[in-house]
Design a binder for this molecule. Sequence first.
Ligand code: C2E
Ligand code: MG
Ligand code: MG
Ligand code: MG
Length: 282
Amino acid sequence: AKAKSSSNNIAFYDSEFNSTLQRQLDVEQRLRVALENELLKVHLQAKVDLITTETIGYEALLRWNDPVLGPVSPVEFIRVAEEMSLAKEIDRYVLKTVFMSIRRSLDNHKSVLPIAVNITSSHFNDVSLTDYILALSDELQVPLNYLDLEVTEGVLLEMNQNVENNLRSLRAEQVKVSIDDFGTGYSSLSYIRKLTVDALKIDKSFVDDVGGEVGQHLVSAVIAISNAVHLDVIAEGIETEEQRQILIKLGCRIGQGYLFAKPHYICDVLSLVKEGEIKRNK
Ligand code: C2E
Ligand code: MG
Ligand code: MG
Ligand code: MG
């Protein structure tokens, strides 16, 4: 009986390995199709003033509801995209969609708020990032102060000439750069001083714990670091009124979370007519 159960175990691990591999292959294959057919949809989540709850900008977040695979989390498909060297193409797709949406808002004489786009670490290391953004801005006549970028701490670790050049030239064009998921990576604090960014985003895992004593101290520490190096601070994943009140008390002024707004399809948020409808109306 023993031998049997151990062989069952092997079979179990084997099939688990196979299904993980199969999933990876499925996501890779469908991701190419999804990108080509614009099945990846840009959503926007509001960034708000925590005191007035007024919307002061947005973050672009991708949503993928695949006809074959069903909904796939960006955590999964962005990782796969990085492995397939498709991340740059996905980032460009989001940047282009965001710029085109801002253009249409301006054409409709709507007031436009800045939109933050998440940039994958490898792409922030790419020499072509700045030129691509400048070209889009030029082509669509969208001022660059409407664009913000978010990068994770990983970029600090890989801090090299390309990253430095991208940071310097984009910030010179009024593109604000935030460090996403701050405190969850392995970067040394000494980088913060050298780092020329505009804001730190306090990761949701810290906001989740802000009701407890230790959690409150950790968030205070991040806010103190931000203040020391003159960076704005943005709290992510605020879900309760209690969290909002504590964050305000600790001196955090900007936040995002389901308490205020979930991400919604970009055309709905900006009241833009969807492309399909435009074509049908013509
Ligand atoms: P992130 O940039 O840190 O985005 C914040 C995540 O927290 C988003 O998850 C958002 O939907 C979620 N969130 C916001 N408020 C709340 C809340 O109150 N409660 C809870 N439970 N969640 C909240 P999402 O959209 O699943 O994205 C996960 C990560 O995938 C992002 O983390 C980002 O790293 C990456 N990602 C998403 N869209 C893109 C994209 O367009 N490009 C790139 N490069 N990465 C993206
Ligand atoms: Mg982000
Ligand atoms: Mg984050
Ligand atoms: Mg995150």
